[in-house]
Structure formats: structure tokens, C-alpha cells
Ligand binder design. Structure first.
Ligand SMILES: O=C(CO)[C@H](O)[C@H](O)COP(=O)(O)O
Length: 227
């Protein structure tokens, strides 16, 4: 079993939650791609479902596999969203956005009755904060927002092929290694108050459940069962 097998196993376990008639939110990333492929197989076997996607890449893959993908601009409510994660801790606090889709992912998660995260065991951490927190920034406000973020983090402009990386919305990403993330709720509220910050990868209340696969064994966590 390698990490990719674990990603696939976690994805397949989550896809078992999808029922006929559901509107499903499709996450982004390599684990989400396994989930989309598993859903595509079920659609091929007769599952009737609709989807919205959190990125162009996920929408393209889903359509290739015969999944009906709607524009999220026209969809007010989603039954179940299945998405990857970069870090998840025992309180189901999650960091997302290594794939750059965190703003769309946050919108789709907010519209969802249930959100589950799928990940290999390497993503499970004692406390979130080792991974940098991606922050989506309006290009117009780049210099100002960089100055403010640098007060509390080492903020690095994400690059791709020698150019500034742009999200599907055409915005910049600053990957922020916070000096202190011991109170992630306070950090999230602070980020949300900075003009020019459009979104960030701290998912602190959105995730209802998780399927984490380690060495071929899938563990399911539920927020409702946390002590
Ligand atoms: O948040 C994300 C994209 O914005 C991804 O879900 C997250 O980065 C995990 O990706 P992967 O499954 O490839 O490890």
C-alpha cells in the first residue's frame, strides 16, 4: 500500500455515502480525483446524481467521466461535498488549499448539508499548523495584504512556472506559515477582516466527517461523535 492507494481507499469509502438524486460537491486535488473517478464508475452503473465542482480541473474530469456538472452560480444547496485536505486534527480542524481551490471549496462547503474530507493518513496531525495556510488575495491589494500578513506569518507568494500562481478566479495566493496558530479561530477571524483577503484555507467548522486511510485501513471520524 502506498499513499496513492490510501487516497483511493479513502475516496471510495466516502463515495459510498452518495445516493440517487443527490447534488454532490466535488473537491479538488489528487484524492478528490480518485473520488470523481469512483463516482464516474457508479454513474456508469446507473447512479443518478448531479454535481458542482470546486475547480475547472475537477469539473473537466467529472464531465469526461459522464457526471452531470452544474455551474455553482445556479445551485443554492448541495447535499454532500467530498473534498481533500492538507492537514486534519482530532478536533476536525482542517487546512486546505495546497491545490489553490480553497475559496471555491469554502463556498461549496458552506452550501452543503454535509461535508466529508478524504485523505491519506499522512494528513492526520496532532494540531494543525505545520502546513502553511494558503490565503487568496485580490491582485490589486497584493503589496498591502502582504505587509499585513507578514506581521503574523512568513508569507510567500505562490509561484507556478516562474510566474505568480493564479487561482481559477485570477487571484494570487500567499502561503502563510503562521508564527502562532494555537488559536486558529482567532487567526481565521483576523484574516477575514483584512480588506483584499478573499479567502483562506482554514476550515474550522465546515467538516462534518472524514475518511482517513492509513496502510490500507480506513478510519471514519464524525464531528458529532467528538467528545
Ligand atoms: O485543498 C485542496 C485544493 O485546494 C486539496 O483538497 C488539498 O490540497 C489536498 O490535495 P491532495 O488530495 O492532492 O493531497
Amino acid at each position: 500500500m502506498n499513499l496513492d492507494d490510501d487516497k483511493r481507499l479513502a475516496a471510495e469509502a466516502a463515495v459510498a455515502e452518495v445516493r440517487d438524486g443527490m447534488m454532490v460537491g466535488l473537491g479538488t486535488g489528487s484524492t478528490a480525483a480518485h473520488m470523481i473517478r469512483a463516482l464516474g464508475r457508479r454513474v456508469g452503473e446507473g447512479l443518478k446524481m448531479d454535481a458542482v465542482a470546486t475547480s475547472h480541473a475537477s469539473a473537466d474530469l467529472a464531465r469526461e467521466l459522464g457526471i452531470r456538472v452544474h455551474d455553482f452560480a445556479d445551485v443554492a444547496r448541495v447535499d454532500l461535498t467530498i473534498d481533500g485536505a492538507d492537514e486534519i486534527d482530532g478536533l476536525m480542524l482542517v487546512v486546505k488549499g495546497a491545490g489553490g481551490a480553497m475559496l471555491r471549496e469554502k463556498c461549496v462547503a458552506a452550501a452543503s448539508d454535509r461535508m466529508v474530507v478524504i485523505a491519506d493518513g499522512a494528513k492526520r496531525v496532532e494540531r494543525i499548523g505545520k502546513a502553511a495556510v494558503p490565503v487568496e488575495v485580490l491582485p490589486f491589494a497584493k503589496a498591502y495584504v502582504t505587509r499585513v500578513l507578514a506581521e503574523r506569518s512568513d508569507a510567500v507568494l505562490r509561484m507556478a512556472g516562474g510566474e505568480a500562481y493564479l487561482t481559477d478566479q485570477g487571484n494570487l495566493v500567499l502561503d502563510c506559515a503562521f508564527h502562532d496558530l494555537s488559536d486558529p479561530h482567532e487567526v481565521a477571524a483576523w484574516l477575514q477582516g483584512i480588506p483584499g483577503v478573499l479567502g483562506h484555507g482554514l476550515f474550522l467548522s465546515e467538516v462534518d466527517g472524514a475518511y482517513l486511510a492509513d496502510g490500507g485501513v480506513v478510519t471514519r471520524l464524525e464531528r458529532s461523535e467528538l467528545g
